[in-house]
Design a protein. Structure first.
Length: 120
């Protein structure tokens, strides 16, 4: 990829399928200079391993919150960001009790004054 241009990342994960062999579920847009990654945005996020937590994440997204991918060596699956200045919520990949974690995500979204569901 030329320096300072946008492009898609075509590398397959270790031991995984090549890009043309795997389903087009997630595509990343990246800005690179040389071989340094400066900015990367997920066009579509992957599903959470727990069905209950996935429903809570969808609930947050329907209320105007956005999903941010965690770093590659993070314990969190990702982060939910409020449309306002509220603190972000960590979404753990393997919570000890998924029901409690999903309830905490929903509670934070319901308490946020910047969510779409609130009347202002």
């Amino acid at each position: 990829m030329p320096n300072g241009t946008y492009g898609t990342t075509d590398q397959a994960p270790r031991g995984g399928l090549r890009r043309d062999e795997r389903p087009a579920r997630e595509e990343r847009r990246a800005l690179t200079i040389g071989n340094r990654l400066l900015y990367c945005v997920n066009v579509a996020r992957g599903r959470h391993p727990s069905k209950i937590v996935e429903e809570a994440v969808r609930y947050a997204e329907s209320s105007g919150w956005t999903y941010k991918t965690a770093g590659k060596s993070a314990h969190a699956w990702g982060f939910m960001l409020c449309p306002g200045p509220c603190p972000q919520i960590a979404v753990w990949s393997t919570p000890r009790v998924p029901e409690h974690h999903a309830r905490a995500i929903r509670r934070a979204v319901d308490r946020c004054p910047h969510s779409k569901g609130e009347s202002e």
